[in-house]
Design a protein around this ligand. Structure first.
Ligand code: C5P
Length: 412
């Protein structure tokens, strides 16, 4: 993943035990393609050494506003002008107070104050004891730095170094990385609500057996992440998969097609886009036995009969709001379907788009996508056919979200 390729990040460390996580974060930023300039306060150096951060970032760490290495002796100007973003992780309660007051008596706060606010975003990852976090002074200072244009990345909840438990832990390095990557994505769906269905369904035969399929859910999870990155409020209705929930996405776990239908219908009521990536079982056993069906030694096999499952996509597409979405009317639900085919992708996908009554349908070759980290897509809409060549699913998801945002927006 090179999601941060070409980005130069000033990583600021302030005093806190969470400095140990900044080492991992620094590696993650580099792995994602960024270049990283570390700046540390004196207090941060009590927790982790500049040697470690230099070794990890591959650059000499800055710690003083009097650093004579800079020919003009202005590290606060030079470092802040080069950055695509300044990320303070960990950001202590004291440093938040300093930002709120616009103090500038040491390098890190000085360069935050000196940064061109319209060109160099400031993101902070607070880290502190739960009482310090809850204190009105901290909350007041946080509100002020947000008003002044900083982005607060939130805190985690759990065990703290002091032995207490609660809010105030710094987010984990992978969470911060995901948040920073999301920060740089264009906010094409700001203010929109999106529902995504993903994964397989599980249709019970008895309490211990059921029918499912090989869908991994990866494409749907990538789409939910991409929609969230684009600024949408996202609900992900997921069949049984063991994938981690994308940051900031509301996840509803379901099992059967019937459960998935209920959750999708409920959450789509307030949504403007529904993207159906789930591989929903077409049929379910007509009855699920209350008790495990046993072998009786006679060689007789149980007879299963099936009934058809509801079509979630068609149900929503044919609802009054779905029809409005198809017609491009304001207040409609823009429905996007997927078609996993084994052959004749274009013809099958075209027929499916019309049959389901959806404005957009995405075709892919089933056996070439199930469980894979990459995929190739064919996107069909009224506007024609677009081919998305083979790429990682997250990259395709971002492209699809952009196409969808444009089509849904263009339609009102
Ligand atoms: O009819 P088919 O299963 O090929 O259609 C695939 C599309 O319809 C996918 O978007 C899938 O999520 C959706 N679908 C659904 N409910 C079903 C069957 C399919 O939402 N019962």
């Amino acid at each position: 993943m090179t999601d941060l390729a070409g980005k130069h990040i000033v990583l600021g460390l302030t005093g806190g035990v969470a400095c140990y996580k900044a080492a991992e974060l620094c590696r993650g930023l580099l792995k994602a393609g960024a270049t990283v300039q570390v700046v540390m306060t004196e207090a941060a150096e009590q927790f982790i050494t500049p040697v470690t951060m230099q070794a990890l970032s591959g650059r000499v760490v800055y710690g003083s506003q009097w650093d004579a290495r800079e020919p003009n002796n202005m590290p606060h100007i030079n470092l802040s002008r080069e950055a695509d973003a300044i990320l303070i992780a960990p950001c202590s309660a004291d440093f938040i107070a300093r930002l709120a007051q616009g103090r500038a008596d040491e390098l890190l706060s000085l360069l935050c104050l000196a940064r061109p606010t319209n060109a160099v975003p400031l993101l902070i990852a607070p880290a502190m004891n739960r009482e310090m976090w809850a204190h009105p002074a901290t909350q007041r200072n946080l509100a002020q730095v947000q008003l002044d244009g900083a982005t607060v990345l939130g805190v985690g909840n759990g065990d703290q170094a002091c032995g207490e438990t609660g809010d105030g832990r710094m987010l984990e390095p992978n969470e911060l990385l995901e948040d920073l990557i999301a920060f740089f994505q264009p906010k094409l769906l700001a203010g929109k609500t999106v529902v995504v269905s993903a994964g397989p369904t599980y249709e019970a035969i008895d309490p211990v057996r059921g029918i499912t399929n090989l869908s991994s859910g990866k494409m749907g999870f990538a789409i939910a992440r991409a929609a969230r990155e684009a600024g949408a409020l996202v609900t992900l209705v997921a069949g049984p998969v063991s994938l981690p929930t994308p940051r900031g996405v509301i996840r509803i776990d379901v099992k059967s097609a019937q459960n998935m239908l209920e959750a999708c219908v409920k959450h789509a009521q307030t949504a403007s886009i529904f993207i159906a990536t789930a591989a929903v079982a077409d049929w379910r056993p007509a009855t699920a036995a209350d008790q495990k069906i046993k072998k009786d030694g006679s060689g007789k096999t149980p007879k299963l009969s099936f009934v058809e499952n509801p079509d979630i996509l068609a149900t929503l597409a044919q609802s009054p709001r779905g029809k409005k979405g198809l017609a491009g009317k304001a207040g409609g639900l823009f429905c996007v379907g997927f078609a996993a085919e084994s052959h004749d992708l274009l013809a099958n996908a075209q027929a499916k788009r019309l049959r389901k009554g959806v404005p957009m349908l995405v075709g892919n070759i089933g056996p070439a996508t199930f469980g894979q980290d990459d995929n190739a897509l064919l996107v069909l809409s009224e506007a024609g056919v677009q081919e998305f060549e083979r790429a990682p699913k997250l990259k395709l998801a971002r492209k699809l979200i952009a196409t969808c945002a444009y089509a849904a927006g263009a339609k009102g």
